[in-house]
Every structure is written in C-alpha cells, then in structure tokens.
Design a protein around this ligand. Structure first.
Ligand SMILES: [Zn+2]
Length: 285
C-alpha cells in the first residue's frame, strides 16, 4: 500500500503487512491496545510491532518534550519510535502523488494534499527515567455512545432465518438473540455501515454492488476483529476463520486496507471518551 509518500532516504511503512500481522499473529491486537489504546489503530499496532522488534517494553508514549513536562527524561542513546502523522502539503503543478488522500486536481496547482509520513518523535515509558508516572486508565467502550456518535441505530432482530447472526441496512444494525458471538456480530454489522456497504446496496447479499460480496465480508470482519480483539472480546479465532473462508486472494487490496483501518478506528474511538494523546505534543512537521 502506497499511502506514504517517502522523502528520499525514508522507509515505507507497509500497511498491508501491518494488517496481515494484526490479523494473523494471535494476541497482537489486544496487547497493542493495552499499551497504546489512545492512538489510532494503525499507530497502535505499528508502535507495538516496533517495540517487539526492538525488545522495548510497550507502554505509555510521549515525545521528548512531553516526557520532560511530566518530569521524566529520555535516557541517553534511546532511539525514538516512529508514528504515522498526516502532513498537509501544497501540490505543485503535475505533481503525481501515489496514495494521495485527496483527488488529484491538475487544474488547481495551488491545491493542498495530505500525505502520511513516519515521524520519529516518540519514546515509551520504559525508555525514560524520573518521577513516578501513572498511566491513564483504559476507559470502557460504550456501545450506546458509539452508535449515537456514528449516527447509527440498533433495532430488534427481525430476520426469520435462524442461521442469521445479524444484519445491517442503511444506518441500522440488528443482532440475533441467538448469535454465537453477539458483541462481535454487532461490530461486524456496524462495520458494514461504516464501510459504506449498506449505502452501496440495500441487500448485503447483492452480487452486483460496487464492492464484491467476498470483499465486503472480509472488510467487515477485519474491522470486527480489530475492534473486538482491542476490547478483549472473545472470538479472535472465529474472525480469523471467517476471513479465510471468504477470502482466498493473497493480499487484501490497498483501498480495502485503508478503509478497514479507518472504519475500525472510527468504531473504536466513538465508544471512548475523548482522551489526550502524545500525538498532540509532536513537533510541527
Ligand atoms: Zn457481513
């Protein structure tokens, strides 16, 4: 996936690989959430993988200055973790931008565009010394608040098919009282709405919709898995099996990967109270 436009000499973060790691390596998502729950999902998993690769204890993050503000010092020689940050840039005429987040309008040479760059500003608690630090408590995810903020409604289940676990239409979702994993089904149906599947077609089994059926199911279950594992809900293996059942291609397309992270992030954050992150005290880029 080429959403990151690299300045010379920088490495590219592979979002497809990030999703593959998250989905296929058991426990990655939940441990990433435990340490980095107040970051975007992509950054959460990316920070966790960096910690694993470098043998750093995952935990609260701040920038160098952010740690100083809480009377802690980054130890000499510690190397910063990178996070992905959106950067707005001015477009030059005929500047082709792979993975550009905005449509490329050649007629408007002054238009701005957003790129996502890796920036090395963050250190975990374990890379610092100083006064005792009390991490923020992970807040409880509130279903009612999430649905309300996302402008979605949950209705009583009305499907006659006993095998149906749940369904979504428009911005409405329903979960069978007999659902095998009701919380995960709710996340899956919410994902169909957030991913735009219910706007594409009134019937999610429609084979003529813009997004093919198998890809719709894979996208929705990846979102359910990212959110469900983050929240410590059971069913990680079930989700992995469901994704494998529906999808046989080698890689999930770039566009889907972007949509999955965006929808999962929206669903997760909508159920949490607003919280500060160290992203806010990063130097301007
Ligand atoms: Zn579905």
């Amino acid at each position: 996936m080429r959403t990151i436009r690299d300045p010379p000499g920088r490495t590219t973060l592979d979002w497809q690989q990030l999703l593959v790691d998250a989905v296929h390596r058991p426990g990655i998502i939940s441990s990433a959430y435990t340490a980095f729950w107040n970051y975007s999902l992509g950054n959460m998993i990316w920070a966790h993988l960096q910690c694993l690769a470098r043998g750093i204890q995952p935990g609260p993050l701040h920038t160098f200055r952010g740690w100083q503000k809480v009377n802690r010092q980054v130890r000499r020689g510690e190397k910063a973790l990178t996070l992905i940050m959106p950067v707005t840039m001015k477009r030059k005429r005929h500047d082709a931008v792979p993975g550009d987040a905005l449509p490329h309008d050649k007629s408007d040479p002054s238009a701005t565009f957003t790129v996502f760059l890796e920036r090395p500003f963050w250190f975990t608690l374990s890379q610092t010394d100083g006064e005792p630090y009390k991490p923020l408590t992970i807040p409880t995810w509130d279903e009612h608040q999430a649905l309300q903020r996302l402008n979605m409604t949950r209705e009583p289940f009305r499907h006659v098919d006993g095998n149906c676990q749940g369904y979504a239409h428009g911005r409405t979702v329903a979960v069978s009282p007999l659902a095998y994993l009701p919380h995960r089904t709710l996340l899956h149906e919410c994902a169909h709405v957030l991913l735009g599947h219910t706007a594409e077609s009134t019937d999610l089994s429609d084979t003529d919709a813009a997004t093919p059926r198998d890809l719709r199911e894979v996208e929705a279950e990846c979102v359910a898995m990212l959110c469900g594992c983050s929240l410590g809900l059971p069913g990680e293996d079930y989700s992995r099996g469901y994704i494998q059942h529906w999808y046989h291609a080698d890689v999930i397309p770039d566009r889907s990967v972007q949509r999955i992270f965006k929808a999962a992030d929206a669903l997760l954050k909508a159920g949490l109270p607003p919280v500060p992150t160290a992203e806010a005290d990063a130097p301007a880029v």
